[in-house]
Structures are given as structure tokens and as C-alpha cells.
Design a protein around this ligand. Structure first.
Ligand code: FMN
Length: 200
């Protein structure tokens, strides 16, 4: 029998995971490559229809974060209609990638052809990203899934170098929580409000 966490340990991990914004990470403290690799490997143990494993992780660290920030600003400026453009969003795009030591662009790489619907490939990547976040949380890291609309633009996809059928489904900001951070609290609706039992 594998050395599994108890149900209560797993439940505690899932409930402990929170979105930790870049401003609450320690920008000066990098994450060791071995730990990042382990977390990414955990991500790949997600279920996937047809075992297509439709994920690709593009990991930005060091100076690559500055190039990511500049690209996000350029694409936001070039693709946002004037009436939707917001200076505060531009500013965040220049700041956030430098506040986190690691930013992972998470891509759905279309592998299943016509046999597997696109949505199932995206769902598989979402499963992988939850694995990733739980693994990072268990290691004591903070992480946060960001999905600005510009991720869906051809300009950003071209910069990432992904194929015409591939989709960047999120940026995961990752790092050690800054000293003194009060771990955020959250709430969920009672599960009864989301459940319909049909027993008879
Ligand atoms: C698919 C997906 C996309 C998300 N995109 C964003 C985003 O663009 N900006 C943001 O602030 N949070 C984003 N989040 C994080 C949610 O805001 C966060 O999970 C939610 O507020 C619940 O907080 P918790 O993660 O701490 O439980 C995203 C989460 C998911 C699953």
C-alpha cells in the first residue's frame, strides 16, 4: 500500500490552499529547481481522456519575468478596445511578474485530434493545475491562478510560441509567502445548496 495522506490530511490540504497574490510573495527568494520539477510532475498525474497529457508548462524566472511583463503590457495595449483600457491594469502587468519569483504559463496543447473534444483537453489541464496548486501548498509555497483576457490573444500565443490550436489557460504565480503574511481566509457555500440527491 502506498504511503497515502489520511482523508483528513488531504481534506485539510484542499481547504488550506488559497490564492496568494504576487504582492504577498517573497520576490527575493527563488524556488529550487528540484522542488519546481516535483510540483510539475505532480501536476502531470491529473486524469486525461485518452492519456493525451495535453499540458505544457512554460516557466518564467529571473530576467524572463521582465520580458513576460513587457509582453503582457504590449499585448494589453495593442488588443484592448479604448473604452475598456485601464491604466491600473497596465501597472499591475508591469509589477506582478516581478513580485513573484516564478510565473508558469500553463498551456493546453491540442493532442487528441478530433477524437477528444477541446473542452476535455482544457478540463484535463485544469485538473493538472489544481494538482500543481495542491502540491505547491503542501510544500509551503503560495500560488495564484491568473487568467487575464490577453492570454487568449494570438499576439500572446505567438510570443509563447504555441500552436494555433493551443491555448494558454492561465498564469500560475508561485513563490514563498512573504514574512508575516496572514494566510487569507475564504468561505464556501454549504454543499447542500449545490447538491441534488436522487435516492429513490
Ligand atoms: C480558471 C481560473 C481562473 C482564475 N483567474 C483569476 C484571475 O484572472 N484573477 C484573479 O484575481 N483570480 C483568478 N482566479 C482565482 C480565483 O479568484 C480564486 O480561486 C477565488 O477567488 C477563490 O479564492 P481561493 O483560491 O483563495 O480559494 C482564477 C481561478 C480559476 C480556477
Amino acid at each position: 500500500m502506498a504511503d497515502l495522506p489520511s482523508p483528513s490530511q488531504l481534506s485539510a490540504l484542499m481547504r488550506h490552499r488559497r490564492s496568494i497574490k504576487p504582492v504577498d510573495l517573497d520576490a527575493a527568494r527563488g524556488v529550487e529547481r528540484a522542488l519546481l520539477t516535483q510540483i510539475l510532475e505532480d501536476a502531470t498525474w491529473a486524469p486525461t481522456h485518452g492519456l493525451t497529457e495535453p499540458w505544457k508548462f512554460i516557466v518564467h524566472q529571473g530576467a524572463a519575468r521582465q520580458r513576460l511583463a513587457e509582453t503582457m503590457q504590449r499585448v494589453y495595449r495593442d488588443t484592448t478596445p479604448a473604452h475598456e483600457f485601464r491604466e491600473d491594469k497596465m501597472k499591475k502587468m508591469s509589477e506582478n511578474p516581478l513580485l513573484a519569483p516564478v510565473i508558469i504559463a500553463c498551456v493546453m496543447e491540442r493532442r487528441g485530434g478530433a477524437k477528444i473534444p477541446e473542452i476535455e483537453e482544457i478540463e484535463a489541464v485544469a485538473c493538472a493545475l489544481q494538482n500543481l496548486q495542491l502540491s505547491a501548498t503542501a510544500a509551503g509555497l503560495g500560488c495564484y491562478w491568473s487568467s487575464p483576457p490577453l492570454l487568449g490573444t494570438r499576439e500572446f500565443a505567438d510570443w509563447l510560441g504555441i500552436g494555433s490550436e493551443d491555448k494558454c489557460v492561465g498564469l500560475i504565480y508561485l513563490g514563498w509567502p512573504r514574512a508575516g503574511l496572514n494566510w487569507p481566509r475564504s468561505v464556501r457555500q454549504p454543499v447542500e445548496t449545490k447538491t441534488l440527491w436522487r435516492d429513490d
